[in-house]
Every structure is written in structure tokens, then in C-alpha cells.
Design a protein around this ligand. Structure first.
Ligand SMILES: [Ca+2]
Length: 355
């Protein structure tokens, strides 16, 4: 301020001294920039000056404090399950359960239903029995009388099927055709099995025949018929076709009733001699059915009661004749090649075995 007053004093001094060639004077500044024009000085206060330039930027502030700790993060995933624990021990046995309830009162028995059920059970048992039964004596392990399958019966003797047995005359063999066809007698004693069954059990099979005999003198003999091994099949068939000789695979068989149970037997061996081959190829004859070759009458009644047999004219053997010690020519049971015409046979067993 002192300086500004000095300048003003100088200016007025110059004016007083006559120095007016300058229209203005620059007043020296004393800190603030002040422009002084002569006009202002001369005619009053001047206009306000322009705003000065902004000052320099202040220094950078201090670094702020650290921020607060953030919130807690989300929960992690659940871990994998652990391994299976060891098996526990078996528990002890539980106590016995309580007693059951009392049953209901039964209904009255219906006899009709009961009988029907019983018959059904019987049928089933019969069916089972039948399947368990042996087909023939060959498949049976037993000896003596027995029931075979398919409604057949048999008397077995070590795999042989017995179809005729005599030893004491307790059964009458002077029988009709029908009786010889069906069979008769006591299977535990003397009997004839029956022509139908003999046919059925030997038909189409390879069967052999055995005849066992005992005399009244207690001597024994047998005759057996089985296929001769020396005769080939071709030879047998040739004989059958050309010579009308019955050569079958079986050495023993009988045809059915339509051919009157014709006998086929061959291949003898044994101790009794062959008194049956004479009858080979002939039909069966009974006292009421004459199929023999004797034109003079019926061989079944020629020398007394001869019983049924495969007579020709008439016989070399007749084991179904009246039982008893012989009392004349060709009477009673005869096997000519062993005991001749006048000595009867006491016991006979005829049986076959088919394989
Ligand atoms: Ca005759």
C-alpha cells in the first residue's frame, strides 16, 4: 500500500510539472496485480477485473485406512458317505409260537362223494401198480405166481413164463375150447395159462420153449426148443417160402385164434427126445373143436380124455391128457420118445422165455 501511494504521489507530481504526453501509467504492483488506468484515476472507480487463473493443485492426500473384513463365504458341499460297517451277529432263535386255534366242526360225511374219491384213488393206484409191474417173467426178479402188466398174470420160474403145470391131478384138464382159450386151474398149483395169452406173449418175439417132466418112477427129463444157430436167416426164409416149412425167428410161438392157435416149434435139444416136432405146424384141437388131421374122429377124445393139444394124426405127446398112471396104450400124459406109449408122465411143466 505504501508503494501504491508512492506511485500516486509521483503521478500527481508529473502532472503538476507539465508532463502530460502519456495517456496512462503502469502502476507498479506490490504483490497483487493491479491495473491502474489514468481514466479511473481521473473519473472514479473502474470496472472489476477478470477472475484470476486457478492456483496450482494441492498435494496428494494421505492413503486411506484398510477396508473392513468381508462377510463369511458359502458352506462347502457334503462329503462322500463312509464304508459299510461289519455284519452283526446272528440273533438267537425265537420262542415257540402260540398254539393254533381250535378247528371248526366237521361236516357230515357224504358217502357218495367219499366213494367217488375212493374209487378215483383206487384207479390211480392201479395205474401206478400197472406201471411198476413187470411186462413178463423176463423182467421179473420173482419166482412163482405174479401179476404182470397189461392185465396179464404169469407164473415165473427163473425168467421163464410157465404156461402149463401138472403134478397131482388136482385140476381137470378135460376142458372146452373156450377154457383152453382163456386159461383155467390154480396158478399156485396146476393150471393152463390160456392160448390167447400164450399167443400175445410169444407173438413177434424170439422165444424158446422148455418142457420139464418127471415120471412116476421119479426120473426126470427135459426137452428144449430154441433157434438152431447153424440155420441162417436166409435159409429159414427160403424154407418158409418154398417148402411150406414154418421157420420163424422164434423157435416157439402160436398163432392167434383165427388160425386156431397153430403151433410153431423147432430147434430141439434135451434128454427127453423130440416128441413135439411131430405137432409142429398144426392147429389146436379140443374135445369140442376138431382141427386135427385124423378123419376118423377127434384126437382129443381118441384114447380117453386127452385134453386140448396140437394134434395131427394123432400125437407123439399129449401133456394135457387125463392125469394118472397109465393103464394101457397111449393113455394119460404121454411123451413117446421118453417113456413110450404105455408109461405115463407124472409131472410136467411147460414154459417159454422170450428175449
Ligand atoms: Ca379129426
Amino acid at each position: 500500500m505504501l508503494l501504491q501511494l508512492t506511485a500516486l504521489l509521483l503521478y500527481f507530481t508529473s502532472l503538476v510539472s507539465g508532463q502530460q504526453q502519456c495517456s496512462y501509467v503502469t502502476v507498479a504492483t506490490c504483490g497483487d496485480d493491479v491495473t491502474v488506468t489514468p481514466g479511473n484515476l481521473l473519473s472514479g472507480r473502474g470496472e472489476k477485473g477478470d477472475t484470476g487463473l486457478p492456483g496450482k493443485m494441492g498435494p496428494r492426500g494421505f492413503t486411506g485406512n484398510n477396508g473392513a473384513i468381508g462377510p463369511i463365504g458359502p458352506k462347502g458341499d457334503t462329503g462322500m458317505p463312509g464304508g459299510v460297517g461289519r455284519r452283526g451277529e446272528t440273533g438267537r432263535q425265537g420262542p415257540v409260537g402260540p398254539k393254533g386255534h381250535k378247528g371248526e366242526k366237521g361236516e357230515a360225511l357224504n358217502l357218495e362223494d367219499f366213494n367217488r374219491d375212493l374209487n378215483e384213488i383206487r384207479e390211480r393206484l392201479r395205474d401206478i401198480d400197472n406201471r411198476l409191474l413187470p411186462v413178463s417173467c423176463l423182467t421179473s426178479s420173482l419166482n412163482g405166481y405174479q401179476i404182470l402188466s397189461n392185465n396179464k398174470t404169469g407164473v415165473c420160474d427163473h425168467k421163464w413164463t410157465v404156461f402149463q403145470r401138472r403134478f397131482d391131478g388136482s385140476v381137470d384138464f378135460n376142458r372146452t375150447w373156450q377154457e383152453y382159450k382163456d386159461g383155467f386151474g390154480n396158478m399156485e398149483g396146476e393150471f393152463w395159462l390160456g392160448l390167447d395169452q400164450i399167443h400175445e406173449m410169444t407173438s413177434g418175439q424170439n422165444c424158446k420153449l422148455k418142457v420139464k417132466m418127471t415120471g412116476f418112477d421119479a426120473t426126470t427129463a427135459y426137452a428144449q426148443y430154441r433157434k438152431a444157430k447153424s440155420v441162417s436167416w436166409a435159409t429159414q426164409n427160403k424154407q418158409k417160402n418154398t417148402n411150406n416149412v414154418f421157420c420163424f425167428r422164434s423157435s416157439f410161438a402160436i398163432d392167434d385164434e383165427s388160425d386156431n392157435y397153430r403151433l410153431h416149434v423147432s430147434g430141439f435139444s434135451g434128454t427127453a427126445g423130440d416128441s413135439l416136432v411131430y405137432h409142429n405146424g398144426y392147429q389146436f384141437t379140443s374135445k369140442d373143436r376138431d382141427n386135427d388131421r385124423w378123419n376118423g374122429g377127434n384126437c382129443a377124445v381118441r384114447h380117453g380124455a386127452n385134453g386140448g393139444w396140437w394134434y395131427c394124426w394123432c400125437s407123439h405127446s399129449k401133456l394135457n391128457a387125463e392125469w394118472g398112471r397109465s393103464e394101457g396104450h397111449n393113455r394119460n400124459m404121454i411123451w413117446y420118445h421118453w417113456k413110450g406109449w404105455n408109461e405115463a408122465i407124472k409131472e410136467s411143466t411147460m414154459m417159454f422165455k422170450c428175449e
